[in-house]
Design a protein around this ligand. Structure first.
Ligand code: ARG
Length: 460
């Protein structure tokens, strides 16, 4: 067996069970690119500071290039006995270039190294998620553009509430996604500080320049407390919190679309490209992708909870428990990206059933609140208006008709304030025209919201 990089004080090698249990190479090899980036910056800084010769630095840089292309070409042999990505790369570099490689770990510990890698990885992951969020926003805005003027029932408590423009509803998802992006951007700003040079926990007595490596790696600044630098995982907690909120938003869209695709609603039809069938029921066409968007949000929340529990009660500074921080993050990122991509795909592959929606609109007295507003305009206090309309609705229920079917006499029998202009407020088409408040579902408001998003997303 090869001696471990840390093997100096050991007389016996670890058991196979311990080796298998403690390894992280099976998953942290994903960090290879960022590990190599960090090592390049570190070696260049060491040379600049006179802690390594320029020729050693050059051999290291060349060796790292070679290792990177081996990894990318699938020719690199990851070894479990080399434990993790850091020692795999360092040991392979030593195999490749010999003596100079032994200087690379000067003034560096895996504790600061792993966090440098991980922060760089998360920074890229955030950028990848941000681009998917934008892509989904574009899909939603495009879908909205295609469905101008379509009125749908708006629900509260999943009961008919008020009419809304479909565009307005789609743009509501777009707004939520924008805040999701904002949270990721905030998180990105806070995580972009460099732990490299914190070493094990206390820093070093060697004359390194942490500002140089930080700058080289595109960080804002080196972290100013070495103990914090190697202990902190709040950047991942924050990242996974943001992902969880995004996932929850997507699960709500998923639920909405699954419901709308049901026979009972029948408001939308997904194309075959985004539907799956049943192994027993030949007629079935299921909206599985959005069900799984709803379902997979569970793992994203689970990933966050795993990390929260992992960090709870850990003493300062590094503890090996923290090796468990990576898989939840990898899983969360992969899952959220998948959810965003498939939601966009779904949005590009649904049609709204105008006929079906139109036929559904008369039920549920969607215009009742508009009628109450009418009475307010006639000078009736809102609470009284609410009661008058409530009694009008009760009359409709007993007659099994809609508000617009009540005669003026019937309305006047409830309250004489009703006039024939009341019919301009009744019926869904009329009702929707009355909305005018900022941010409302009125046509003008929605048009300006839509225009805002078209510009913001560079869609014109
Ligand atoms: N594989 C370890 C991790 O992911 C790297 C840091 C190990 N440090 C140590 N002192 N054992 O956390």
């Amino acid at each position: 067996k090869e001696t471990k990089l840390w093997g100096g004080r050991f007389e016996e090698s670890v058991t196979d069970a311990v080796e298998r249990f403690t390894e992280s190479i099976s998953f942290d090899k994903q960090l290879y690119k960022h590990d190599i980036m960090g090592s390049r910056a570190h070696a260049s800084m060491l040379a600049h500071q006179g802690l390594m010769s320029h020729s050693d630095r050059d051999s290291i840089l060349q060796g790292l290039d070679e290792i990177e292309s081996q990894i990318e070409g699938g020719n690199f042999k990851w070894r479990t006995d080399r434990e993790d990505v850091h020692m795999n790369i360092e040991a392979a570099l030593t195999d490749l270039i010999g003596e100079p490689a032994k200087k690379l770990h000067t003034a560096r510990s895996r504790n600061d190294q792993v966090l440098t890698d991980f922060r760089l990885w998360c920074r890229d992951a955030i950028d990848a998620i941000l681009s998917r969020i934008k892509h989904l926003q574009v899909a939603l805005v495009t879908l909205a553009e295609k469905n101008e003027g379509l009125i749908v029932p708006g629900y509260t408590h999943l009961q008919r509430a008020q009419p809304v423009l479909l565009q307005h509803l789609l743009l509501a998802f777009v707004e939520q996604l924008e805040r999701d992006a904002g949270r990721l951007l905030d998180c990105r700003v806070r995580l972009n500080f460099c732990p490299l040079g914190a070493c094990a926990l206390a820093g070093t007595g060697l004359p390194i320049d942490r500002f140089m490596t930080s700058k080289d790696l595109g960080f804002t600044a080196p972290m100013s407390n070495s103990i914090d630098a190697v202990s902190d995982r709040d950047f991942v907690l924050e990242f996974l919190s943001a992902n969880s909120i995004t996932a929850i938003h997507l699960s709500r869209v998923g639920e909405e679309w699954v419901l709308w695709a049901s026979e009972e609603f029948g408001f939308l039809t997904p194309s075959d490209r985004v539907s799956t069938g049943s192994s027993i029921m030949p007629q079935k066409k299921n909206p599985d992708p959005m069900e799984l968007v709803r379902g997979k949000s569970a793992r994203v929340v689970g990933d966050l909870v795993s990390l929260l529990v992992l960090c709870k009660g850990l003493p300062f500074a590094y503890n090996r428990d923290l090796q468990e921080d990576k898989e939840p993050v990898f899983d969360s990122v992969k899952t959220v990206i998948g959810m965003l991509e498939v939601s966009a795909e779904f949005a590009q592959n649904i049609t709204f059933n105008r006929e079906r929606i139109k036929n559904a609109l008369p039920a549920g007295h969607l215009d009742a609140t508009t009628l109450a507003d009418y009475l307010v305009k006639k000078g009736i206090p809102f609470r009284t208006s609410h009661d008058i309309v409530g009694r009008s609705v009760a009359l409709c229920v007993s007659k099994n008709c809609q508000l617009q079917d009540l005669s003026l006499e019937e309305l006047r029998s409830i309250n004489p304030v009703f006039d024939k202009d009341v019919y301009e407020f009744l019926g869904v088409e009329n009702a929707i025209k009355k909305f005018c408040s900022y941010g409302s579902t009125g046509a003008e408001q929605v048009a300006s919201q839509l225009e805002y998003w078209i510009n913001k997303l560079d869609l014109n």
